[in-house]
Design a protein around this ligand. Structure first.
Ligand SMILES: *Cc1c(COP(=O)(O)O)cnc(C)c1O
Length: 380
């Protein structure tokens, strides 16, 4: 009925991030080999990115990966996905602290330039350009797939994107800019609605992050938005610099009426409350038998809302398998979602992680020891 769900979650960790990170692992391996270099990836994760990154680079030559997560504070599935990977180049570090502590430690290690260059530290966070690049591909693929299924008039298709860090939807923006005849991109947020406020009212002011059923979208400041703003300001880096300064000073950016109208030529937006998210999972399941994860549900709710006003074709990007978020699905449908084999098997595997104190020095010595041990072994 004019609504498609595009499942982007069939990679090893059952989230759409796998698509980009599986590509990235191979890309890194190829380029490092070509240049005769080594790389040590260091990152902090509150959930999805860490496990997808680990699966992207496990077993690759010339790469090690160190992922910090807050000990006992990631979801059970996510912890299993990260800590059960057995590979000599993967090091899980459980920090006795919060996610913010983990991030602060990573930041501190990266800012020690001597350490960073001596040990070839690199990042795979969501501003990594190669990740955006990989994501552009499925917008084209899906567009042509839908064209095969049904006649679509020029510019009669809209993508709906559950959005956190603005990485997925930015890829859609580039696809459109490259000429793919997408009408508009419908940006779906949860109650962390800064991007919805921007698009609907021109209000881009930072508020506190609230917890929702869709934790991967619990973000206020989307680091990738800056890339879009560059185009909004006619590729004028100086204006962009000024605006980003305004943001860090005043905790908001002012937009003119003209700028807001220009944003709306590309983007529409919708916010889903926690209640609406649950209701959407429930209604969609009752009406179609299909189980949505809470992130995708924000997208489907946004599409339902718009469809009552027009007759575009909506493609909702499904960003995670529902069994990664069993509690929300249970609340909505009264049933736990079926687990795919790759998730149910995890319970039988041995977990492995190194528990460290909330201390940048401790993490630094750990990384150092591992890498120097590795060099010794290689020299033998
Ligand atoms: C990362 C993630 C998102 C948000 O994607 P962005 O590229 O950060 O906007 C949405 N849903 C799920 C399940 C995710 O893992």
């Amino acid at each position: 009925d004019g609504i498609y769900v595009a499942e982007l979650f069939h990679g090893p960790t059952y989230a759409f991030k796998d698509i980009a990170l599986q590509f990235l692992g191979n890309l890194f391996e190829h380029i490092l080999k070509e240049r005769g270099e080594k790389m040590n990836i260091l990152g902090a994760t509150s959930g999805d990115t860490g496990s997808a990154a680990i699966y992207g680079v496990k077993g690759k030559d010339n790469i090690n990966i160190f992922i910090l997560h807050p000990s006992g504070k990631v979801s059970p599935v996510q912890e299993l996905q990260m800590t059960t990977v057995k590979s000599e180049n993967v090091f899980n570090i459980a920090v006795k602290g919060s996610f913010d502590d983990c991030q602060a430690i990573v930041k501190q290690l990266f800012s020690d330039l001597e350490f960073k260059s001596k040990y070839n530290l690199g990042a795979v966070n969501s501003i990594n350009w190669a990740r955006i690049l990989a994501q552009i591909v499925y917008y084209f693929y899906i567009y042509f797939w839908v064209c095969d299924k049904q006649q679509i008039d020029e510019q009669h298709l809209r993508f709906v994107v559950p959005t956190g860090n603005f990485g997925n939807i930015l890829a859609g923006f580039y696809a459109r800019r490259m000429g793919l005849p997408i009408d508009k991109l419908l940006l779906a947020t949860n109650e962390n609605n800064i991007l919805h406020r921007l698009i609907s009212r021109g209000d881009y002011s930072i508020k506190d992050v609230v917890e929702t059923y869709s934790p991967s979208m619990d973000i206020q400041l989307s680091s990738n938005l800056e890339r879009y703003l560059y185009y909004l300001y006619e590729e004028d880096a100086e204006t962009l610099r000024k605006k980003m300064k305004e943001l860090s000073g005043e905790r908001k950016i002012h937009f003119t009426e003209e700028e807001i109208n220009k944003i709306r030529t590309v983007f529409l937006s919708h916010e889903s409350s926690n209640d609406e998210t649950i209701r959407t999972i429930r209604n969609f399941h009752t009406n179609t038998g299909y189980v949505l994860d809470p992130h995708t549900a924000c997208g489907v709710n946004a599409a339902n809302n718009m469809m009552s006003k027009d007759n575009y074709i909506y493609v909702c990007l499904a960003t995670a398998h529902p069994s990664k978020f069993p509690e929300a699905v249970y609340k909505a449908t009264g049933k736990y979602p079926e687990k795919p084999k790759g998730i149910s098997e995890l319970n039988d595997l041995e977990k492995q992680s190194y528990v460290l104190n909330n201390s940048a020095d401790e993490v630094k010595s750990f990384v150092k020891n591992i890498l120097e041990e590795g060099d010794k072994n290689a020299g033998r």
